[in-house]
Design a protein around this ligand. Structure first.
Ligand SMILES: Cc1cc2nc3c(=O)[nH]c(=O)nc-3n(C[C@H](O)[C@H](O)[C@H](O)COP(=O)(O)O)c2cc1C
Length: 376
């Protein structure tokens, strides 16, 4: 299949396995890349040394292209009063587990914008692709990465962000809809249009000249094909890959994904300080959304609260990030999932081919296809 995505990386399938900080692994990325799609590792939440280790581990498992993802959030200004207010508001939740909150919140991740060591790792290791979430890197970083021959991708959640991605010289845009699991890549969470994947993908495909990769709620090849009907060059799937044995999702996460409440997802900022979609839990239901500290400082205490709860056998405070398509997820090894997605894309594409054939021969076969029922 020839699209701007498959051509850039010589892929067999127009599929990217989403980078998923804390969940995806080098083994997952390598299995996906070896199966002919583009695997991703997420290094947004680790330091340069660990990033280097993960890139080398992935490279040892595949000689195919893979993507490396970083976070480009603005580093928040110090706000001791705001931090204290959030700590105080969560104290009763810590009390439930006979634990105390941390006294201070730390910026647990450095933004790529200020992480010179991580830039150097990428320039030296030269992965085939680097993708950006939460905004854009600096023009100097973009120029250096492009000079190193790396293909660049960035998340956009609105037409304005899509235009900014293209204007910055990024090679492809990931159109992330409101349905998507994990953190919203929105540049400024205070200005979130909350566009769904379908209209966002179509808008970006019509407005931009760079390839558009659809992301959010896409769980099978039918979904990938639908995104391509809208003009996407392929799709990026996160939630679909969470249950793969190659991910590091723990048992509680896997059970929740397979359980009856998988359709209850919510976008909430209480766990980390930035809006993210996950399986609804007690943390989202009980925290005061008006006092949340800035990302990533809020994630520091969110992780501490989850650790305290988990130690007491309560998984209601964990970040089980998942998109609206979670109930459609399937449990299978990543290479098998890629093959399954590819077969489904073929079959979905065939629906239209056989319709054309049917029209050409004047056959009645396929007259009950939904696309015809919808016709007036
Ligand atoms: C568990 C999880 C973790 C994620 N972590 C990241 C990340 O580190 N970087 C990133 O760019 N996107 C991340 N995302 C968002 C994905 O890139 C993508 O937009 C999303 O998975 C698409 O929606 P879907 O989950 O419905 O397929 C994450 C998604 C999930 C489900």
């Amino acid at each position: 299949m020839n699209t701007g995505l498959t051509q850039a990386f010589r892929l067999r399938h127009p599929i990217i396995q989403a980078p998923m900080a804390g969940t995806s692994t080098p083994a997952l990325a390598a299995a996906v890349s070896n199966a002919g799609a583009l695997g991703s590792i997420a290094i947004g939440a680790v330091d340069a040394e660990e990033a280097l280790r993960q890139i080398r581990t992935t490279r040892a498992l595949t000689n195919r292209p893979f993507n490396v993802n970083v976070f480009c959030h603005a580093t928040p200004a110090p706000d001791p009063d705001g931090d204290q207010s959030w700590i105080d508001s969560l104290r009763p939740l810590f009390d439930r587990f006979d634990a105390g909150p941390p006294e201070q919140l730390r910026d647990i991740y450095a933004s790529f914008l200020t992480d010179e060591a991580k830039l150097q790792v990428l320039l030296e290791e030269r992965p085939a692709a680097v993708s950006f979430h939460f905004g854009l890197p600096t023009p100097r970083q973009i120029a250096a990465l492009k000079t190193a021959g790396i293909v660049l991708l960035a998340t956009a959640t609105s037409p304005a962000e899509g235009q900014a991605v293209q204007a910055a010289g990024i090679d492809m845009v990931v159109a992330q809809g409101w349905e998507a699991g994990g953190h919203r890549g929105v540049f400024d969470p205070a200005d979130d249009l909350r566009l769904a994947t379908l209209p966002l993908t179509r808008m970006l495909a019509r407005q931009l000249t760079i390839p558009v990769i659809a992301a959010g709620g896409i769980m099978d090849g039918q979904g990938v094909a639908a995104a391509m009907m809208l003009g996407a060059a392929g799709a990026q799937l996160g939630t679909a890959f969470v249950p793969c044995p190659e991910s590091v999702a723990d048992e509680a996460y896997r059970q929740a994904m397979a359980g009856p409440n998988a359709h209850r997802t919510q976008v909430s900022a209480v766990l980390s300080g930035r809006p993210a979609r996950g399986l609804e839990n007690d943390f989202m239901r009980s925290a005061d959304p008006d006092r949340i500290a800035a990302y990533p400082r809020a994630y520091d205490i969110g992780k501490a609260l989850n650790a305290a709860a988990k130690a007491a056998g309560d998984d209601g405070y964990a970040a089980h990030w998942a998109g609206q398509g979670a109930p459609l997820s399937r449990i299978m090894p990543a290479d098998q999932l890629v093959r399954t997605l590819a077969d489904e894309i073929d079959r979905a594409a065939n629906i239209f081919r056989s319709d054309e054939t049917n029209r050409a021969v004047g056959s009645n076969v396929g007259k009950n296809h939904p696309s015809r029922q919808a016709a007036p």
